[in-house]
Design a protein around this ligand. Sequence first.
Ligand SMILES: C[S@@+](CC[C@H](N)C(=O)[O-])C[C@H]1O[C@@H](n2cnc3c(N)ncnc32)[C@H](O)[C@@H]1O
Length: 256
Amino acid sequence: MDNYESFKKDVLSLTGIDLNSYKEGQMKRRIDSLISRNKLTGYNSYVNLIRTNRDKFDEFVNYLTINVSEFWRNGEQWAILEKDILPVITKSGSVKIWSAACSTGDEPYSLVMLLRKYLDFSRIKITASDLDKQVLAAAKTGIYMEKSLKGLPAEFRTKYFKQLPNGQFEVSADLKRCITFMEHNLLSNSYPSDFDMIVCRNVLIYFTDEAKEAIYRRFYKSLKANGILFLGSTEQILHPKDYGFEPISSFFYKKI
Ligand SMILES: C[S@@+](CC[C@H](N)C(=O)[O-])C[C@H]1O[C@@H](n2cnc3c(N)ncnc32)[C@H](O)[C@@H]1O
């Protein structure tokens, strides 16, 4: 393969995605395999392909961003959220949460379902963001294959989904109204603020240590006093105090 350094520059100018902030070995292996699948042998020819072919460009961004998600992903984390975290952060009678890197929306919709046990829909405000336009479009539509719902408690499936004639499931309008979806790159855009909780799961693992550290600091600023940071099950912060966080339970950190 020809020069990966100049390929990274081309990708940044074409997509706004800075591959320098993603762990290199893993990312390069993924990209090389996608290039082979397209029956090309070098980065230059692949850049020409994505520059000129919209479908191939979308395929690249989609592949790069690893969009896997599902409702109630890692159920044990949702159990802790329900038992230890939500009773505290909903005490004031309303809540404002950011689901960062939300992919197809499974995570923010799961949040609203659980929050409704504590608050009226009108008191629940979720900002859900991702850098990939395609997943955001799917998230706004709110239509899912049955396999995305496999981990979801039955009570929520019955209450909040309608099955469509084609067998897929659509989330209720009540849930959709609580969520504002927005395009946002965690590595380059300015961060919204004033959140009771930030949920950012299964994306930081792809970033370099420097990129992660910068994100922890920015999340800290985006949280209210005593706000909670909720990370993925393999994404513990090694020295949380260095960033102003106190671990309160596995994967949950409080702003101190
Ligand atoms: C594996 S999904 C995680 C979805 C969800 N949080 C979950 O845990 O099920 C990772 C998401 O991160 C998004 N992503 C990757 N790099 C990003 C960046 N720099 N800024 C914002 N989102 C990013 C991808 O588009 C993808 O939708």
